[in-house]
Design a protein around this ligand. Structure first.
Ligand code: ACM
Length: 538
């Protein structure tokens, strides 16, 4: 018995030296990668990751190599040895210009050594995320190894976004970084940061200090749902300084995530107007709203000084955020406050505008032109490209006056509207609320519905499929007061949606996702202290 055990130990250690395992659990382990890679080939045996592992890489992948080293050390307690500009090591990051036809494309192979290849740093980063999930630890020998094989992979959609509403209930730096880490794991690449709304303004603008001194604070918080009259009596406050924003941008950049800020206009803007009442049509002071739902006020965009203020804010935002797209909200404009404003009526008469819905579109068209003039693209919720009164008598503006390159984020309404805006030439991000709103409860959006979501609706003609650049999933926080609830709403549906955005439809399989792969991800979240909704009790 003892001799046999010693013999096994000898052959195992010499095998480890060569990088091949002498029979570990990895030999037959399926790659537990979420989102599911588009092409997997398994081979015999497995490749060992030693306790001290050399990572060789060219200079241009130095940042990715450093991240890989960090992941290996944090996830698996191994010691990485970084070998810049070398080509030998148990793990090799390799430039391969042939793997660049789809942004994010990569290959990873394991066969005595592990090679991650791509034309781009982004592709290498995605290969690293796969590798993290391919490594298994043998429960008997404790050896870390990857089953031999090869993955050839690419994203189905270029826009894979998660939105955090930091305005309704402020979440803070720790939550933002946690989401960025989990997005990176799931190969999501756009952090849509909802920074302003009726109940909170969350970004420092030094020229207008009251935006945060007044607009980031409220006296209490509406709880219990839309029809409730209950309030949490504690004052609520919070905002990000510009230094903190820069810290988030750097953190996201290292994870190949673009941060897209959202500054709501012309509606959902009461917190800003509480700070500076002259921005609204009435000019009367009020306190930052504590109640959720449509709130008191909206910008009076008929007045040049209000539009100049918004352009100033956008300028500031465009200096801070380098990404190509700026989100202006544009949703759910309730016209009450405009209705009786003489300034608005005067503007409409002077510009021959017959309805308030056309007045709204006139504004979003102007702002889209402003953003385009700065070399960026404007994005907004579907309301910016659809006139709700399109069929009313005398209406001429159907919502097609946005600057070229503007992007529509579809969230609610008949799916045929996607065809409508795509036909008019706009790119579309599909965030259909009944599949992608993470704040909805699990009865409304069970895990399977999130998984089955396809950013391309069945009704969309094939020649327009290219107009759907991807999907967004959204965590609105009206009823989310705690980190625990925030996490339970997001996890694990965010993983199902990540797969909906990455994996080609033909390669999706809900049973495999839920029953084979998700359990491993849940173990990872357990280890990280991330709570989630239990998908096996539904
Ligand atoms: C939205 O949910 N109001 C875009």
């Amino acid at each position: 018995m003892a001799a046999a055990a010693a013999g096994t130990a000898i052959s195992l250690s010499s095998a480890l030296l060569l990088g091949c395992s002498a029979g570990t659990a990895a030999d037959s382990a399926e790659y537990m990668v979420i989102p599911q890679p588009n092409e997997i080939t398994y081979m015999a045996g497995s490749t060992v990751i030693p306790d001290k592992v050399a990572i060789a890489f060219p200079e241009e992948f130095a940042s990715e190599a450093a991240m890989l080293g960090r992941y290996l050390s944090e996830d698996f307690n191994v010691r990485p040895v970084l070998r810049r500009d070398r080509s030998s090591g148990r793990i090799l990051l390799k430039k391969d210009p042939a793997l660049g036809s789809i942004p994010g494309q990569y290959r990873i192979s394991a066969d005595g050594k592990i090679e991650i290849s791509s034309a781009t740093a982004e592709g290498i980063f995605y290969g690293i995320q796969s590798l993290r999930q391919m490594i298994t630890r043998d429960t008997v020998s404790a050896v870390l190894a990857v089953r031999n094989g090869e993955i050839n992979d690419h994203p189905a959609f270029q826009w894979r976004a998660f939105m955090l509403d930091d305005a309704r209930n402020f979440r803070g730096m720790e939550s933002v970084k946690m989401f960025l880490d989990e997005m990176a794991r799931l190969k999501m690449n756009v952090f849509h940061w909802h920074l302003t709304d009726d109940q909170g303004w969350r970004i420092e603008i030094p020229e207008y200090p009251l935006l945060t001194e007044v607009g980031s604070r409220r006296d209490s918080t509406h709880i219990g749902g839309w029809n409730s009259h209950e309030y949490d009596p504690n004052p609520q406050e919070g905002f990000y300084t510009q230094d903190q924003i820069r810290e988030v941008l750097e953190y996201a950049d290292a994870r190949h995530i673009t941060v897209m800020p959202e500054i709501e206009m012309p509606g959902h803007s009461s917190a800003a107007i509480a700070a500076y009442p002259w921005l609204g049509p009435i000019g009367k002071p009020f306190r930052t709203p504590c109640r959720f739902g449509y709130a008191a006020d909206l910008f009076d965009v008929s007045r040049p000084e209000v539009v100049a203020f918004l352009c100033y804010i956008l300028d500031e935002i465009m200096v801070l955020f380098p990404g190509p797209v700026i989100h202006i909200g544009g949703d759910e404009v309730s016209f009450n406050m405009w209705e009786n404003a003489p300034t608005v009526r005067k503007y409409m008469a002077e510009h021959n505008i017959g309805s308030l819905s056309e007045f709204q579109l006139d504004f979003t068209d102007r702002i889209s032109a402003y953003i385009a003039s700065k070399g960026r693209r404007m994005m907004g919720w579907s309301d910016i490209g659809l006139n709700p009164d399109e069929n009313a008598a005398g209406v001429t503006d159907t919502g097609d006056g946005l600057a070229e390159g503007s992007i529509i984020q579809f969230w609610k309404g008949d799916l045929s509207q996607i065809t409508d805006v795509a036909e008019r030439g706009y790119d579309v991000v599909n965030s259909y609320h009944m599949c992608t709103y993470l704040d909805y409860n699990y009865e409304w959006i069970p895990l399977k519905n999130a998984y089955d979501f396809s950013p391309i609706p069945d009704s969309l003609p094939e020649n327009l499929h290219g107009k759907i650049i991807g999907f967004g999933c959204q965590l609105w926080t009206e009823w989310i007061m705690t980190d625990e609830k925030m996490c339970r709403q997001a996890f694990p549906r965010i993983a199902a949606l990540a797969e909906a955005g990455w994996t080609d439809t033909a390669n999706k399989d809900y049973g495999r996702f839920r029953d084979t792969k998700l359990p491993r991800l849940l173990e990872i979240w357990d280890a990280e202290g991330i709570v989630y909704h239990n998908p096996y009790t539904d």
